[in-house]
Ligand binder design. Structure first.
Ligand SMILES: [Zn+2]
Ligand SMILES: [Zn+2]
Length: 79
């Protein structure tokens, strides 16, 4: 058994509206992927990661209309 993110695995289509303009938001990938270049195994992050019980996958969603980006937490599904 493992937890998967249905958005990462294409089981789920994002249907969120931008809080600012009500246009549909687009998935821009995982927040984790954005952190990548900034040495993810640095002191504070490593400590955080070790104690954090992961129950959601954080995605960046962006509005193509006004250019805003938001963090969207996807609940993980048990497979
Ligand atoms: Zn995900
Ligand atoms: Zn917008």
């Amino acid at each position: 058994m493992s937890y998967i993110c249905s958005l990462c695995n294409g089981l789920f289509t994002l249907s969120l509206a931008c809080p600012a303009c009500s246009q549909p938001l687009e998935d821009s990938g995982r927040l984790e992927d954005y952190k990548g270049p900034y040495s993810p195994y640095n002191s504070a992050d490593q400590y955080y990661g070790a104690t954090y019980l992961q129950s959601s996958c954080e995605h960046i969603v962006s509005c193509p209309h006004c250019g805003e980006q938001y963090i969207y937490q996807v609940d993980l599904s048990l497979t």
